[in-house]
Design a protein. Sequence first.
Length: 263
Amino acid sequence: MSKYIPILVFLIFLCTACASFADDNQKDWQQVNGHDFIIYYRANVPDDFVQMTMNTAEDELKRVIDNLGITNNPSWTGARQIKVYIYSDRDDFVKNGGQAIWAHGVAFARAKTIKLYPDAVGFFDTVLPHELGHIIFRDHIGFTADVPLWFEEGVAIYQEKAKRLGSDQIVKGAIENDQFIPLSQLTGVRLYKNSKDQVVDLFYAESASVVYYLITQLGAQEFYMFCDELEKNTPFEEALHKVYLNFKTVDDLGKAWEDYLKD
């Protein structure tokens, strides 16, 4: 897999568990308030970078909401403001933010909190919209909806400007090299701080590829309907079959996706 790693350079880790979000004393953070966001940042992060982050976040929030086909989204002001923590650099993010060294950002969806660091590759075009995707998507479908991690990551990746369009090639390479993880098995994959790069790379590539397949090959409206079913707490496979009649199980979706990639 090493020859495919450069194609998929933006590795973002989803953490849905509640934890300590301001991991230092609050006095260690500067603060700026916006309409939908509160940004906390280290003193050595330039003010103009913080302002650009605020402006981009406000714009990306609207774009992600539209991209997910959400029409009944409530206000994000007041207590619903999203909190963004910008660390000094990757070392600060890993050591004090408690994140994996391969991560470029993290979203705590239930707490509406994002952690980032300025020199992450694709900070504005990839990392920020990806993490917003986690928060908006979970806010839309709710926190009791049981969805596979690959699906959540795929949805978040679809919010990125480039949408990791090289993912299909990575997955095709994995199929050719007998490293492919069938979708039924991908559902059981979990990522940890010490996960191997090859596992992380392939997990994100496959997650991006299958969600991209659902949206572009089977229809955006159907995808929105699928998410609406999840919002109703319809079990994942039941919602899948209700919207995509040919798929009774995740395995059925996986086989159709594999056939698409092979063709």
